[in-house]
Design a protein around this ligand. Sequence first.
Ligand SMILES: *Cc1c(COP(=O)(O)O)cnc(C)c1O
Length: 382
Amino acid sequence: MNNGYFGEFGGSYVPEDLQVVLNDLSDAFYKYKDDPEFNADLTYYLQEYVGRENPLTFAENLTEYVGGAKIYLKREDLNHTGAHKINNTIGQILLAKRMGAKRIIAETGAGQHGVATATACAMFKIPCTIYMGTEDMRRQALNVFRMELLGAKVVPIDAGQGRLKEAVDAALAELVKNHDTTFYLLGSAVGPHPFPLMVRHFQSIISEEARRQILEKEGKLPAAVVACVGGGSNAIGAFAHFIDDKDVRLIGVEPSESAAINDGVPAVLHGFKCLTLLDQSNNPAETNSIAAGLDYPGVGPEHSQLSVSGRAEYVPVSGHEALEAFQILSKIEGIIPALESSHAIFHAIELAKELSPEESIIVNLSGRGDKDVDQVFNMLKK
Ligand SMILES: *Cc1c(COP(=O)(O)O)cnc(C)c1O
């Protein structure tokens, strides 16, 4: 799977000047990823700042309500900043520091990656600029304010639909312009090599913990691991340590309004090849998920390949269904999930019904839903 390809997917389709920057990044990543001092640093911050390890909670009420397989929740929502994104942010910023970066730039969709990046930059005292589409800024106004409180500069991007895709374009352009001083901290398992591998590496802590935790609690592996898929970072992190366990089903849940794996075709997007939603003129399609973090026309190259090879399954869940799961988990477990994670919860409920009570399912609860309460309030009133 190296040189950045996962089957036909992945790679690096970028101009020469950007390729030079990515080669340096790749060298630094391979140099430090197994370096004991680097990893001791990473572990320190994951424990003391992020709050790892987080629990694998048995959702007893939900299990009883569904009446099937036991449902376990991997609690990424309990991380500092409320989602899985901080795992990757801390990892990349430690790398950026070792590479001598003077400033960090990042794109953000829902605002979660922007908040996680601004948070880490505040702690590590590195100036931070976040690119964000104007439509996403409107939908996630509180996260914009949060990033500013944390000391980041938020640059509005008005191009196209004013969403994540346009923010990525702007950040890549800035990286090429100022690569001497700038480290681009990419927020999902997408983009040109080495980003998909690097983000997977830093997110695989999720399944490293979850695999051990489920063996402690159940004495055997789960029947399935279920995670929502936007770019694919929480899902690949949740799958990574189970990929060799052939009996464990790996299930990615896409929003049906933005289902790159279910509805897409192979194409190059943002410098890498993946399954992509295209419109009639073969441009990346407009997407429309209720979850801003899932609103991306492409998907990580490794997921594209896991789908083609059949090792993982990818199912669509609608915004309407996710909204139902959002309310169910809130009401019966006392946990308000992110709208993104609610897609995975909906599918896990459907799946649990088909399985026996002897079996278990792990759902990656990628984030908490506090950021979405305002939006859900407006949707339920209409
Ligand atoms: C950003 C985000 C996602 C989607 O991103 P992935 O890279 O696909 O994981 C999912 N859940 C939450 C809570 C997010 O913030």
